[in-house]
Design a protein around this ligand. Structure first.
Ligand SMILES: Nc1ncnc2c1ncn2[C@@H]1O[C@H](COP(=O)(O)OP(=O)(O)OP(=O)(O)O)[C@@H](O)[C@H]1O
Ligand SMILES: [Mg+2]
Length: 268
């Protein structure tokens, strides 16, 4: 059984007006698997991710089935959703600043987060925060705890927001364009980190991006979104080698050449 089985997910305006924004989408994610979700702007990738956290914007509703780790997420009460978000499913966003408070030192933010979700003492939470920063390969975690977000580079901030997401050892991580704001070097670093985390902890990862090339070194399977539908899915290698849907071909043509798999020196 998959870690996550999404069946006939439809996200529409509660008013019933207009076409659904996500229309009858089905996909699965296994433990330890990286599933790439790719597609044009406005195709419903972020809304799909938010629905898995019970965080759809006001005025939108989800129907269908989101079966996670043996339970139906869409049947959850508000407090059950809170536990799911704290402990089981976490999301990393494109702009790490949006998940970090600009006026609070990172130490305060991380330890508060850990205390809130894991109910730890201040001392234990600080130790956990240091452990998390080390896990995402941030140098000098002690120093980072004393700094404000603006004192870190974009890549470092993104690592901190991944550390926040990992605080409760989620079984599923949704990474929504986690590397778009970063330069090429930092981008490959974050991808290598996500790859390592899924190997070490068996976490399932949904990696959302516009950029197919980005997925060539990490995704096991791909789902191609277009205007709220999945138009193609399959093993990443197959989709890269012989795309079936014309839209996937268009996406691939936008990437001059994707060697498969990427040479090791590029992956690092
Ligand atoms: N709160 C909302 N109310 C109504 N429509 C919305 C709302 N949020 C998003 N939408 C619409 O839903 C569609 C899907 O949006 P979504 O953010 O999921 O796209 P996306 O695939 O993540 O795009 P991008 O690649 O630009 O991030 C878009 O047409 C968007 O305009
Ligand atoms: Mg989006």
């Amino acid at each position: 059984m998959s870690l996550l089985t999404v069946e006939h997910l439809t996200i529409a305006r509660a008013s019933g007006r207009g076409e659904p924004l996500v229309d009858d989408v089905s996909f699965t994610v296994d433990a330890g698997e990286v599933v790439g979700v790719v597609g044009e702007s406005g195709s419903g990738k972020t809304l799909t991710g938010l629905s898995l956290l019970g965080l759809l914007p006001d005025g939108l509703t989800a129907t269908g089935s989101l079966s996670f780790d043996g339970r139906e997420l869409l049947a959850q009460s508000r407090s059950e959703w809170e536990r799911t978000r704290g402990a089981d499913i976490a999301m990393v966003l494109q702009d790490p600043s949006s998940s970090l408070h600009p006026m609070l030192k990172l130490g305060e933010q991380l330890t508060d987060h850990v205390r809130l979700h894991l109910g730890m003492s201040k001392t234990d939470a600080r130790a956990r925060a240091l452990e998390l920063l080390a896990r995402v390969h941030l140098p000098d975690p002690e120093r980072i705890l004393t700094q404000y977000p603006h004192q870190l580079s974009g890549g470092m901030k993104q690592r901190v927001s991944i550390a926040v997401a990992l605080a409760c050892d989620p079984k599923l991580l949704i990474a929504d364009e986690p590397t778009t704001a970063l330069d090429a070097n930092l981008r490959t670093g974050i991808i290598a980190l996500l790859d390592e985390l899924r190997r070490e902890s068996g976490m399932g990862v949904i990696f959302v991006t516009h950029d197919l090339a980005m997925l060539s070194s990490i995704a096991d399977r791909l789902y191609v979104f277009r205007t709220g539908h999945i138009v193609e899915s399959g093993r990443a290698e197959r989709v890269f080698r012989s795309p079936e849907h014309p839209y996937t071909r268009v996406l691939l043509d936008a990437v001059p050449q994707i060697p498969w798999p990427l040479p090791k020196e590029i992956q690092q």
